[in-house]
Design a protein around this ligand. Structure first.
Ligand code: COA
Length: 164
């Protein structure tokens, strides 16, 4: 498995992966309408370009034998603090449980630590079983957050962090 940094020319790969992972992950947690709304908000060409060019989100892809298996995005110095925010981490359903998620968290943790950040921070839906993955990776729940994302939709999240 290899990790590649994704740039704007790789946006189509992120979109292709998200369209396969997102509905699978959230079909029992969110309505179809909310999934479509959030995917447009986070994965349109414009949204991804904005994240990469203006918001300093870095994207990594894992590839094996020419096939892309997942992506992670992160932001150093989140909100001016010495924290790295993991914005997204998604692995294809057929590849989950085979170490890609661990590879991503370890890679981002290493980059963040070398940069000088002290913690990884992230939000996860409170009903997502990924919460247990994060605990396994050494994260702790430090709070709850309900975020109004418009159109009557809410993100019901835990906030987690991991000291580096
Ligand atoms: C959550 C996700 C990123 C984890 O990646 P993954 O490649 O499946 O996880 P890994 O195989 O690297 O697992 C790493 C460790 O966590 C454990 N783990 C993984 N998923 C787990 C779960 N749901 N519950 C408990 N432990 C879990 C593994 O057993 C493994 O432990 P070990 O290395 O000590 O043996 C991936 O499953 C995924 O993309 N899920 C759907 C999308 C999602 O929910 N993303 C998070 C949004 S906030």
């Amino acid at each position: 498995m290899k990790i590649h940094e994704a740039k704007t020319e790789h946006i189509w790969i992120i979109q292709s992966l998200s369209s396969r992972v997102w509905p699978h992950t959230f079909r029992e947690i969110l309505s179809e309408q909310q999934i479509a709304y959030m995917m447009d908000m986070m994965y349109s060409d414009q949204a991804l370009e904005n994240q990469m060019k203006e918001l300093n989100h870095h994207y990594l892809l894992v590839e094996e034998q020419g096939e892309y298996l997942g992506y992670v995005s992160y932001e150093l110095d989140y909100k001016g603090k010495p924290w790295t925010k993991v914005h997204k981490i998604y692995v294809l359903p057929s590849t989950q449980g085979k170490g890609v998620g661990r590879l991503f968290i370890e890679a981002v943790g290493k980059i963040a630590k070398e940069y000088g950040n002290l913690e990884l921070s992230l939000n996860v839906n409170r009903y997502n079983k990924a919460v247990d993955f994060y605990k396994r990776m050494g994260f702790e729940i430090i709070g709850n957050e309900d975020i109004d994302i418009g159109n009557g939709f809410l993100m019901e999240d835990f906030i987690l962090n991991k000291k580096l």
